[in-house]
Design a protein around this ligand. Structure first.
Ligand SMILES: Nc1ncnc2c1ncn2[C@@H]1O[C@H](COP(=O)(O)OP(=O)(O)O)[C@@H](O)[C@H]1O
Ligand SMILES: [Mg+2]
Length: 263
């Protein structure tokens, strides 16, 4: 079963209100407002330098906004720290992959779930049994996630030895270890070969289904975005120039001018 647009719950999970981020004189994200519904696959497209990754960096608190607000499940989150955002269930992957290259695939995923293990240092010493149990659980879960992304036969290999497409899948497994409600994917198809790209749509749909996720996706591969996303937001020079269903966005003259015409 896959979700159709009608089945998407109408409740808003994440809302940007007039979100703005300046870098010196450059307005990378300029007064952007949109809402993301629960269970939506929400696409974010636009030319290079449009501000897409900056928007993700704002949503995950890697950088603070210069103005505006981010509301997650009714709560203002713009002033939180990255670990707090992660703790609230917003996880991401990076356009420039950020794995621990010297660590194994398994270790990378276990670290991703770190926030969800209760055992602190002291508790680890005092309650060895529960610490061991927790470690066992983290490991089991990480193995399951690696299986899910198709890497179960390479769990002990160093991340740096993985091909690009496999690193992207490993990053997704790591993000899922956080048990997120919202998963932000920054150009997940980049570096994948054509057959991997083709499988990616189905894979992302299955993720939504299996983990009950809301997914926000930055992607350049237009057919993938059009076929996969329930709604698409288009950024150009930091501004939101269109927002709607793929069929509507595709025919929007401003979008064609800014982006699709030369895609
Ligand atoms: N940390 C930063 N410092 C200065 N400028 C930045 C920084 N991050 C992004 N920018 C600039 O903001 C604009 C938007 O970048 P980015 O969000 O990476 O675009 P996109 O992901 O859409 O390609 C670009 O002009 C980029 O050079
Ligand atoms: Mg980017």
């Amino acid at each position: 079963m896959s979700y159709s647009i009608q089945e998407i719950n109408n409740s808003t999970v994440l809302e940007a209100k007039g979100l703005t981020r300046r870098f010196g004189g450059l307005v990378a994200v300029n007064n952007v407002s949109f809402d993301v519904k629960k269970h939506e696959i929400f696409g974010l497209i636009g030319p290079n330098g449009a501000g897409k990754t900056t928007l993700f960096n704002l949503m995950t608190a890697l950088i603070p906004p210069s103005g505006g607000q981010l509301i997650y499940q009714g709560k203002e989150i713009s002033q939180l720290r990255p670990y707090q955002i992660a703790g609230l269930g917003i996880a991401r992957t990076f356009q420039n992959i950020r794995l621990f290259g010297e660590l194994s695939a398994l270790e990378n995923v276990i670290i991703g779930g770190h926030l969800h293990t209760k055992t602190g240092m002291l508790k680890g010493v005092l309650g060895l049994r529960s610490a061991l149990k927790e470690e066992y659980n983290s490991r089991q879960r990480a193995l399951e996630l690696l299986h899910l992304v198709g890497l179960s036969d390479r769990t002990e290999e160093k991340a740096k030895n993985f091909a690009y497409g496999d690193q992207r899948r490993l990053e997704i497994a790591r993000a899922l270890a956080l048990k997120p409600q919202i998963l932000l994917l920054d150009e997940p198809a980049a570096g994948m070969n054509p057959s991997e790209k083709q499988q990616l749509s189905e894979f992302i749909r299955n993720l939504r289904e299996s983990f009950n996720l809301t997914i926000i996706l930055i992607e350049h591969h237009v057919p993938l975005v059009m076929g996969l996303c329930d709604r698409i937001a288009v950024l150009d020079f930091g501004q939101l120039i269109a927002l709607g269903k793929p069929s509507v966005v595709r025919d929007d003259p401003a979008v064609i001018e800014a982006y699709l015409g030369n895609a």
